[in-house]
Design a protein around this ligand. Structure first.
Ligand SMILES: [Zn+2]
Length: 95
């Protein structure tokens, strides 16, 4: 088992209770910050995705400043939501 934030190997957990997932108070706080950041970003992505999917005016050939059309933007948003959700799950102690 390694620290979920910095990867430092953790001492073997003995005794009752949940095994620790970080090596130090600093890492625990950094994880809290990362969770907050991910949560905010996910909310933002989900909002953008909803808007993209609801927009009936622009045709699919409209290209944004990253050179993507709507289908590509939606695919990127779905990919980012999936990646951030997985990291969030990991940070919250899931696998
Ligand atoms: Zn650590």
């Amino acid at each position: 088992m390694n620290c979920i934030k910095c990867g430092t190997p953790l001492a073997e957990h003995t005794g009752p209770g949940r095994p620790p997932t970080y090596c130090s108070t600093v890492c625990r706080r950094l994880v809290e910050y990362e969770i907050r950041r991910l949560d905010r970003r996910l909310g933002d992505y989900e909002f953008q995705l909803r808007e993209e999917q609801a927009d009936r005016n622009e045709a699919d050939y409209f290209v944004d400043n990253l050179g993507r059309n709507r289908t590509q933007r939606i695919n990127d948003l779905k990919k980012w939501i999936k990646a951030d959700s997985a990291r969030l799950r990991e940070l919250c102690g899931g696998t």
